[in-house]
Design a binder for this molecule. Structure first.
Ligand code: PPS
Length: 569
């Protein structure tokens, strides 16, 4: 295979002088504020990480990519890189128009010349690209519940790179990496893609992969967007830095990749290969279940364990980056060393700690042996993952109006305050509507905004080690899920369905609202003239009928205890 890192890769940036001028002109244009995912995509579009793309996909390119992983000109590209916007925004722009693309602080990063505007068939995109139209897949969920309805496509003129304040020295554009490899005289480079901390087995396998290929090693972790619940990139980078010292000096390099992953398994592996080729790598390690999204809604894997490797192999020559098999390394106790799992004779003792077991040990503050991970890595992980009983969490009570959410929430708050240790904040439906959401009504759109505000506040409380108790109606599954994702990035989310029936709520009618709703005097009333989607898999379901508040609150306390969220530290 030729060494792809000898020449620079085309970027979409204009020269420094033109950029200043263009920026002034762009200030006059209609602006689009990019979402975090679009910002990640834009960075890699502009710096050549997504070469040969010249901008967000046009409709013809999009159709080709969705259908058969090819741009309209026939080149291989597996992932739709699309600029999704709301219908409202789309109505304000037309093909032929230039728009300014800004980051979340309003800094102008690029100009896009809109060539296409269309409404995509998202169900088809989900089926073809991600393998199923199932919102258990994080990218499909994003597609249906976060992404806008309309796509804009067109070439990009890059003005400046997105700004990063963290780990600047560790971030490289494809051309910076290519230049580094040239300077070091590295001709063969194996990339290791990861979104997890490296433990000893990873260090052994990457080292061995590079040795076998007689190549240098690039640890190339994703720091853009990974899977909800992953360890934050600040912690991970500190862990990677600790592991870097364990490789022989001058053979290994680490660089951070601001990619927004889609967890698309096979297609994602091909995409990762193209991105690494663009960054000057000649090889990439692809393992079992590469970029796997977890289980589908039927509890099965979305992709076969080796599907990613198969698809990669089928397109390897076009990708321009060779696949290196991920050799699973296991620890052999008798010989006190790591060895490839497929080379071990019968009868020896193989030790392993699964990801789930590691999380359990971290959560419960238990020992993590040195043969499994480097002590420096464990120290970093423990700093961000203190035992559960010291972490923040959110109890999210959902149910019909008058179901008893507020009463249980108040009793729960008092009990938790009595226990002490963590600050407790109650975000009751009515109270939130008074202080945070006073301008909102009860349309679906307004309810969603209201719940996302609650979710945001609760996630901040959780992040900072407190307890948030929320008690809104929160009638929509997708919105509750969005809140769960926000919170689970920092701590536990205890969805508690207060399952009082509509008949019972109406019978109690504590605020007299049901009567008014029946008379049509209150519109869009949950349960009467507006939907309530029952939680299918809440952490806890409380039937309030025939029980008193104290007992209901006690059930929550017991659940928290069972989850290790309260109790001994
Ligand atoms: S939502 O859907 O989660 O945003 O609703 P939430 O903010 O929890 O609602 C708070 C209280 O508003 C009263 N109320 C209504 N509820 C439902 N539908 C309509 N149309 C409505 N209008 C007013 C109701 O008393 C809710 O309080 P709770 O504590 O749930 O009884």
């Amino acid at each position: 295979m030729t060494t792809p890192n000898v020449a620079p890769i085309p970027e979409l940036y204009v020269s420094y002088d033109s950029a200043a001028k263009l920026k002034l002109e762009a200030a006059e244009l209609f602006s689009i504020d990019l979402t975090p995912r679009q910002l990640c995509d834009l960075e890699l579009l502009m710096n050549g990480g997504f070469y040969p793309l010249k901008g967000f996909l046009s409709e013809a390119d999009y159709n080709g990519v969705v259908e058969n992983m090819r741009l309209a000109d026939g080149s291989l590209w597996p992932m739709p890189i699309t600029l999704d916007v709301s219908e409202e925004l789309a109505a304000k722009v037309e093909p032929g128009q230039d728009v300014a693309l800004r980051d979340q602080e309003g800094v102008i990063l690029a100009i896009m010349s809109i060539s296409d505007k269309w409404e995509p068939n998202k169900a088809l995109e989900a089926e073809k690209v991600f393998g199923a139209d199932d919102v258990a897949h994080p990218a499909v969920n994003y597609l249906h519940n976060t992404a806008g309805k309309i796509y804009l496509g067109g070439p990009i003129t890059g003005i400046q790179q997105p700004i990063h304040y963290d780990f600047r020295a560790r971030r490289d554009t494809p051309n910076e990496l290519r230049a580094y490899f040239r300077k070091m005289g590295w001709r063969k480079i194996v990339a290791f893609q990861t979104r997890n901390p490296l433990h000893r087995a990873h260090q052994e396998l990457t080292f061995r992969a590079a040795k076998d290929a007689q190549a240098n090693l690039l640890i190339h972790p994703v720091v853009g967007m990974t899977k909800a619940g992953d360890i934050d990139h600040f912690t991970r980078v500190r862990c990677y830095e600790a592991v870097l010292d364990k490789y022989p000096a001058a053979t290994t390099h680490m660089s951070l990749l601001n990619l927004a992953m889609r967890m698309a398994g096979p297609r994602e592996a091909v995409w990762h290969g193209l991105i690494r080729r663009n960054h000057g790598c000649t090889h990439i390690i692809v393992g079992r279940d590469h970029a796997g999204p977890g289980k589908n809604s039927a509890g099965e894997d979305f992709y076969g364990p080796y599907e990613a490797q198969e698809l990669f192999r089928a397109h390897q020559s076009e990708i321009g980056c060779e696949m290196v098999d991920f050799k699973q390394m296991v620890y052999v106790q008798e010989r006190a060393q790591y060895e490839p799992a497929d080379e071990i004779e019968e009868g020896v003792t193989v030790l392993n700690i699964s990801g789930t077991e590691l999380r359990r040990r971290l959560v419960e503050g238990l020992e993590i042996p040195e043969w499994f991970s480097f002590p420096e890595v464990v120290t970093e992980l423990r700093k961000t993952k203190p035992p559960r009983a010291q972490q923040g969490f959110t109890v999210f009570l959902t149910g019909l109006s008058g179901s008893g959410k507020s009463t249980i929430a108040n009793a729960l708050m008092v009990k938790l305050m009595e226990m002490g240790g963590r600050p407790v904040t109650l975000l009751d439906g009515d109270v939130v509507r008074k202080h945070l959401s006073s301008e909102l009504g009860f349309s679906k759109e307004h309810r969603d905004i209201n719940i996302k505000r609650i979710g945001y506040v609760a996630s901040e409380i959780t992040k900072n080690g407190g307890i948030a108790i929320c008690a809104p109606i929160a009638p929509y599954t997708a919105t509750r899920r969005a809140v769960r994702e926000m919170i689970e990035a920092y701590g536990a989310f205890v969805e508690t369905y207060v399952a009082t029936t509509l008949e019972e709520c109406e019978k109690r009618d504590r605020k007299g609202l049901y009567k008014l709703a029946r008379e049509g005097k209150i519109k869009e009333f949950t349960g009467i003239s507006d939907p309530y989607e029952e939680p299918q898999k809440p952490e806890l379901r409380i039937d309030t009928q025939g029980t008193d508040v104290d007992f209901c609150a006690q059930q929550v306390i017991l659940k928290l205890e069972q989850m290790g969220l309260i109790g001994s530290e």
